[in-house]
Design a protein around this ligand. Structure first.
Ligand code: NAI
Length: 483
């Protein structure tokens, strides 16, 4: 049994490693348990970061192909070096991974390599068994498959999520794969079928469409990007279609498998809304139908924690029904987003240290990194209608913004939703250039309980894209200048 810790964090994704750092900053002795060699979780290894690296590179390729001529820049024969693109992506991931290692050393967080499992929990704390390769603070070395027991006053579960599956989907990792495989395909598929029009489907679909694949996105619902504002998502669909993505909405995928007769292809059987079915074929199939919490290896039964709808129930301080065990991120309620997990990691560490942690769930932005980007924060228009909240709406098109015109990125618009009586900002949704960055000011404004007028009266630099957000806020009271 290792020396007693103040805190054991299980899972070193953006929720877990951030919680570990915050706890160390607050004076706790922290051990961080992670089964993978690289810290950073799905987000860094096979999620947010590598996908953004490929989105950035493929966007440069697409721009050189279609976008630079309008700026008077002529490009000669354009060639794709996919191997170099993938190598750059891997280097970005590796660099950030080393950065997290350095942060662990800086904050003297003991890193243990292996699968963490609860053995016991009582009033004095928790015991966690770590099965696998026991590493030191550097993460290396140690005996393979050694089991070590750790004791701590508190534990935080931050084990994240894995790709959700449904019966009938045969994922072989080659013809039919998940986002993990889609980040490393060594050649551009001629035809790609994406199952699911959520963030992963649209982002990875965009990458491969830009690089030359014929991409069809199959979606169960009658719209794309469920959860995002419907009007903005409908705008996004039109522009993505213009970029070459094909959508088939209202189709349920029943079965996928590698084609037994032609190993170079996969088949996808879909159920049509009229009750019929159809078989589609493609060189690659990407399954992106959501994610499921990783809770099965934690030994939750041993400490008496039962899941509710697949997630670990927690109170507002992130404590489970066992007071010494907390949980954050994708394993608890709420959206499965890296930045939500980070906020919860910080707040949870602060509660454990006796401080007052806080996460404002009304101000968590969500972003889909297509071109243009889709982003939103606060309530969607559908949510306000469903809750019968009276609201006013201001819209502003990027084509009325000087900076967007100068950059030739005029597609998209900003929508501001404010309470009809109090003018309080309720939601901001946008589709357009750098929407991922622009949504931050809306999140700040919502956090500070600003009104649409507060946002409208803030001076924004000219010419910037952020003026479109200001103008949409002005449009709430019918006073937009450039519309
Ligand atoms: P998602 O839940 O966002 O979208 C999955 C889509 O698949 C939904 O539209 C759903 O209706 C559809 N679907 C489900 N079953 C189907 C079936 N049998 N046939 C056809 N369509 C079906 O899930 P996604 O895109 O896999 O992302 C997983 C998680 O990761 C989400 O929580 C997402 O928010 C997060 N994520 C966030 C990103 C971002 O913030 N940019 C990027 C990537 C992932």
């Amino acid at each position: 049994m290792m020396d007693s810790n103040d805190l054991i964090v299980i899972g070193a994704g953006p929720g877990g490693y951030v919680a570990a750092i915050r706890a160390a900053q607050l004076g706790m002795k922290v051990a961080l348990v992670e089964k993978e060699e690289m810290l950073g979780g799905t987000c860094l290894r096979v999620g947010c970061i590598p996908s953004k690296a490929l989105l950035e590179s493929s966007e440069k390729y697409a721009e050189a192909k279609h976008g630079l001529a309008a700026h008077g820049v002529k490009v000669g024969a354009l060639e794709l070096d996919l191997a170099a693109m993938l190598k750059r992506k891997d280097a970005v991931v590796k660099g950030l991974g080393s950065g997290i290692d350095a942060l662990m050393k800086k904050w003297k967080i003991a890193r243990l390599r292996g699968v963490g499992r609860f053995v016991a929990a009582d009033a004095s704390g928790v015991t966690v068994a770590v099965e696998g390769t026991a590493g030191g603070a550097s993460g290396g070395g140690g005996a393979a498959n050694a089991t070590q027991e750790l004791r701590a006053k508190k534990a935080i579960v931050a084990t994240g999520s894995k790709v959700a599956m449904i019966p009938g989907l045969e994922v072989d990792g080659e013809r039919v794969g998940t986002s993990t495989e889609a980040l490393s395909w060594p050649s551009v598929p001629r035809r790609l079928i994406v199952i699911g029009a959520g963030a992963i489907g649209l982002e990875m679909g965009s990458v491969w469409a830009r690089l030359g694949a014929e991409v069809t996105v199959l979606e169960l619902l009658d719209r794309i990007l469920p959860g995002m504002d419907g009007e903005i998502a409908a705008d996004a669909k039109k522009i993505l279609e213009r970029q070459g993505l094909k959508f088939r909405l209202g189709v349920k995928v029943k079965r996928t498998a590698r084609d037994a007769a032609n190993q170079a292809e996969a088949i996808v059987e879909i159920a049509l809304p009229d009750g019929g079915s159809e078989v589609l074929r493609a060189e690659r199939v990407l399954v992106a139908i959501g994610r499921a919490p990783c809770t099965d290896l934690l030994g939750l039964d041993a400490v008496g924690i039962t899941l509710e709808r697949g997630r670990i129930p927690v109170d507002e301080r992130f404590a489970t029904r066992v007071p010494s065990i907390h949980a954050i991120g994708d394993v608890i309620r709420g959206p499965m987003l890296a930045h939500k997990a980070e906020e919860e990691g910080i707040a949870c560490a602060e509660w454990i240290a006796g401080r007052h942690g806080h996460v404002n769930y009304d101000a968590i932005p969500s972003v889909v990194y297509t071109t243009p980007e889709v982003a939103g924060v606060g309530k969607t228009e559908e949510e306000l209608v469903a809750a019968k909240v009276p609201y006013k709406k201001g819209l502003f098109q990027f084509r009325g913004n000087g900076r967007a015109r100068a950059a030739n990125t005029i597609e998209g618009r900003v929508k501001v939703l404010a309470h009809a009586e109090t003018d309080r900002l309720l939601g901001v949704h946008l589709f357009g250039p750098h929407a991922s960055e622009l949504v931050a000011e809306a999140a700040v404004a919502i956090n500070f309980h600003a009104s649409a007028e507060d946002l409208a009266r803030c001076c924004h630099a000219h010419p910037t894209l952020s003026e479109a957000v200001k103008e949409a806020a002005m449009a709430v009271s019918g006073s937009a200048i450039h519309a």
